[in-house]
Write a protein that binds this ligand. Structure first.
Ligand code: NAD
Length: 498
């Protein structure tokens, strides 16, 4: 059995609290190890190491800091396959999808290599008589990230990259369900030349999260996870005087206009709805065809595609998606499907009974598809986070836009159409943070920012892109005036410092 502890001050440290959680292998339901759940003692140790290491790291010139990130990229590329397999075995997603998880994280590291540019300040000469004004961005000190199970490489990297490249020391509290890849990331950073203590991984649950929130030495907390916890972290961080950005859950809609290319739409929808078993905050979980004819044409093509989805173990590269993360998640998702049936939605594809031959104890279910879903149903209002797609038939475009704008969540959304005017109007009026036009999962590229609206996000700065550097740095503005110097007249000899 694998024992997973913490990574503090550049070393593996065993847990001291005596509390542990099992690390499951979702594809066969076996226990593959256990992870220590930290108490305040381990957290304190990590913070002391971070505090001690941070000033010298912040004083290291920015290009040297960037070179550590360059080396890290090289090391990850050398063990991409092994990392992807470790990730897939702990999370459940397929290995090709696990590679995407790593890649989207590395793209943010690539942008962070340009941190010397992002950190540049402003300068105004002659803002007043003899007065110059300039600003500089400085690291906060010790900062933290608390991350979810569903992207165990990408989201930790979205936080680590901007924080450490800007000169902070970082405490990562990854999900206790899949801690293997975050720990390996910390080892690889050390190997790439990051000083010990700059990146610490403390595994745990609510106890250590509360410790992070209450510790005065931690200056900022970046969180990603479900909305109730995001809101809790945001309010607790404010209570303890910390900066916080907290990203929560989602219910992402895709509007299908009557003029959409239906084959292209169905291809996009099936991948965005069922990829990674729907365990993505940018998964499409609601399709909104506009008009009865559009809805009928959509369902005619969609139903056979959902029935033909190939579910398989995480190691089967040909599978469309793998198991969900835990037995509890499987129960919760099936519970939502039961509820949808009870609420009167039409379950046109039922994946609840799916069993994976040879992997009977794994957490599998087939794709489920609901038609005739209405706005009052729990399966519409709440995040299911599983391979379940709801179809809400909308009589017209204005109604489709209205239900999206009135939904509690506002993470991602997409419109499929050939009409540029409709797409433009939609992009302007929709109350959602990330919009796709004929793009089903509009996760912005790494040099733009990522963040939802409404209950999908608390705080005013997004993840990655320029916002991430603002979040992990503070601005100092200097107004300076120099008394006029004594002028000695002309000097014809070359000036020296003697
Ligand atoms: P989660 O909220 O259960 O856990 C997230 C983190 O919070 C974990 O590190 C966990 O240990 C910690 N945590 C859990 N309960 C806590 C508590 N009571 N007090 C303090 N900390 C606690 O989320 P999850 O199940 O790991 O991830 C799935 C959720 O994350 C979904 O809702 C998904 O939409 C969301 N998500 C959002 C984004 C985004 O960018 N908006 C991205 C990925 C995932």
């Amino acid at each position: 059995m694998r024992e997973v502890g913490h990574f503090i001050g550049g070393k593996h440290v065993a847990g001291k609290s005596g509390r542990h959680a099992d690390i499951m292998q979702p594809m066969d339901g076996t226990v593959q190890g256990r992870v220590a759940l930290a108490g305040r003692e381990e957290l304190r140790e990590a913070i002391e190491n971070a505090k001690a290491a941070q000033p010298a790291w912040a004083a290291t010139n920015p290009q040297r800091r960037a070179r550590v990130l360059m080396k890290f990229l090289e090391l990850v590329h050398k063990e991409y396959d092994a990392l992807a397999e470790l990730l897939a075995r702990e999370h459940g997603k397929t290995i090709p999808d696990a590679k995407g998880d790593i890649q989207r994280g590395l793209e943010v590291i690539e942008v962070c290599i340009g941190m010397p540019h992002h950190m540049k300040g402003e300068y105004t000469e002659g803002a007043g008589p003899g007065i110059d004004v300039y600003s500089m961005r400085q690291p906060l000190g010790v900062v933290a990230g608390i991350t979810p199970f569903n992207f165990p490489a990408m989201i930790p990297l979205w936080k680590i990259g901007p924080a450490i490249s800007a000169g902070n020391a970082f405490i990562l509290k990854p999900s206790e369900r899949d801690p293997g890849v975050p720990l390996r990331i910390a080892e690889l950073f050390l190997e790439a030349g990051l000083p010990a203590g700059i990146l610490n991984v403390v595994n745990g649950d609510k106890e250590v999260v509360d410790g992070i929130l209450q510790d005065p030495d931690v200056k900022a907390v970046g969180f990603v996870g479900s909305t109730p916890i995001a809101h809790y972290i945001y309010s607790e961080a404010a209570k303890y005087g910390k900066r916080a950005q907290c990203f929560g859950g989602a219910k992402n809609h895709m509007i299908i206009m009557p003029d959409a290319d239906m084959d292209q739409t169905v291809d996009a929808l099936i991948g965005a709805g069922y990829g990674s078993a729907g365990e993505r905050c940018m998964a499409v979980s609601v399709a909104v065809p506009v008009g009865e004819d559009t809805a009928n044409r959509l369902m005619e093509r969609l139903i056979p595609r959902v029935e033909a989805l190939k579910v398989g173990p995480s190691t089967d590269a040909a599978a469309d998606f793998g198991p969900v993360v835990t037995a509890q998640a499987l129960e919760r998702i099936k519970g939502y499907v039961d509820k949808g049936v009870a609420e009167g939605a039409k379950l046109v594809v039922d994946g609840r009974g799916f069993k994976m031959q040879g992997y009977e104890n794994g957490y599998y279910m087939g794709g489920c598809l609901f038609d005739n879903v209405t706005e009052n149903m729990a399966i519409y209002r709440e995040e299911i986070f599983g391979p379940v797609l709801s179809v809400v038939r909308s009589p017209n475009y204005e109604h489709a836009l209205k239900i999206i704008n009135e939904h509690e969540y506002g993470n991602g959304v997409a419109i499929f159409t050939r009409d540029g005017d409709a797409a433009r109007d939609f992009a302007a009026r929709v109350q959602v943070g990330m919009v796709g036009v004929n793009v089903p999962i509009p996760v912005p590229v790494a040099y733009y920012t990522f963040g939802g609206w409404k209950a999908s996000s608390f705080g005013d700065l997004n993840q990655h892109g320029p916002d991430a550097f603002r979040f992990y740095t503070k601005t100092k503005t200097i107004t300076s005036r120099w008394p006029s110097g004594i002028k000695d007249g002309a000097e014809f000899v070359i000036p020296t410092m003697n």
